[in-house]
Design a protein around this ligand. Structure first.
Ligand code: FAD
Length: 289
């Protein structure tokens, strides 16, 4: 399949990208192209122009910020996966990045593209919601606003990034003393996208879980927070029996329309959610200890 024809512009700064967006109604930003170009070829998108933000150095790189990390939107999955800073501050994020697609996808695809595209089967939306990340968005007037991940993903491939805006960075907070996070995913055997992906962030003190955040992706349009699983873990000593009983609540916690396809039905995804939640919780508890 060939993409429909489009104009191509390369921006050298965020401000120039915004000017190009304003001057080209119907244009789309081009990051790594690993979601956008397939959509063009499948004729699921037909932008009038692509505005390439791949050479904007201000959008790349990982820096330690007060209380966490700032990851530029154009930072590739490979760079996130192999960053010593990310591994030291928030290894759940580097683990998830390392398991995205294959090497080609990780070398081209970006964390910002993944977040802005908001594919329900993507890994980063689930993990970034679990760690309480926030998204930095540059507005057309030069203003910058910050949106918490929990408020950012609005629906299937729909986010809080508005017309003319650019996602510039993802801010990942330190999880804090006694806390640890882990991600477990049932990867589609062909694409490695998450059929079901579970992220757990736990705070432990003396073997007792004092705080639990459990998010499941791949099953619903946006990352789902599992409130009754969290309630069952909080205040408990995390024996294998407690983890199994809490994780069994996952199926009931996932409300809204579950996705189903030829590979995995909605009911199968609902069932697998509990299994992957148990794996993520067990690994997160070990990390938190
Ligand atoms: C074979 C294959 C396997 C894959 N497997 C996985 C997987 O296992 N897990 C997973 O999570 N993902 C997977 N992906 C998707 C991959 O992670 C993509 O890199 C990602 O979804 C999009 O990032 P990108 O940089 O390529 O963005 P692009 O494709 O360039 O852009 C995607 C969308 O986001 C918009 N956009 C991009 N950057 C910005 C920005 N800074 N501000 C505002 N809007 C922006 C674009 O306009 C476009 O609409 C896979 C992709 C392929 C092709």
């Amino acid at each position: 399949m060939y993409a429909p024809s489009f104009d191509y512009h390369r921006a050298s700064s965020v401000a120039e990208a915004q000017q190009l967006l304003a001057a080209n109604p119907g244009a789309k930003l081009l990051a790594g192209g690993h979601s956008l170009l397939p959509m063009l070829k499948l004729r699921l998108a037909a932008p009038t122009a692509l505005i390439d933000i791949g050479r904007i150095s201000a959008l790349k790189g990982i820096t330690a910020a007060a209380g966490g990390l700032r990851i530029g939107a154009m930072t590739t999955h490979h760079d996130v996966a192999t960053s010593a800073l990310v591994a030291a501050h928030c290894p759940i994020v580097s683990d998830a990045a390392a398991r995205i697609g294959d090497m080609t996808v990780r070398n081209r695809g970006t964390i910002g593209g993944s977040v802005a595209h908001a594919d329900p089967a993507a890994d980063m939306p689930t993990v970034l919601t679990a760690v309480g990340a926030s998204m930095e968005i540059a507005g057309a007037g030069g203003d910058v606003r910050t949106v918490a991940a929990a408020d950012f993903f609005l629906g299937m491939m729909a986010t809080a990034v508005g017309e003319g805006e650019i996602l510039t960075a993802i801010v990942v907070p330190d999880l804090g003393a006694g806390s640890g996070g882990a991600y477990a995913k049932f990867a589609h055997p062909a694409s490695r996208y998450a059929v079901v992906g579970a992220a757990a962030v736990l705070t432990m003190a003396g073997g007792v879980c004092s705080r639990a955040i459990i998010i499941v992706g791949g099953a619903t349009a946006t990352p789902a927070r599992l409130a009754s699983v969290e309630a069952a873990l909080t205040g408990a000593t995390l024996t294998p029996e407690v983890v199994a009983a809490a994780s069994a609540r996952a199926a009931g916690d996932i409300t809204g329309d579950l996705m189903g396809d030829l590979f995995a039905s909605a009911e199968y995804r609902r069932h697998m959610a509990g299994i992957y939640v148990a794996r993520a919780v067990t690994a997160a508890a070990a990390r938190a200890r």
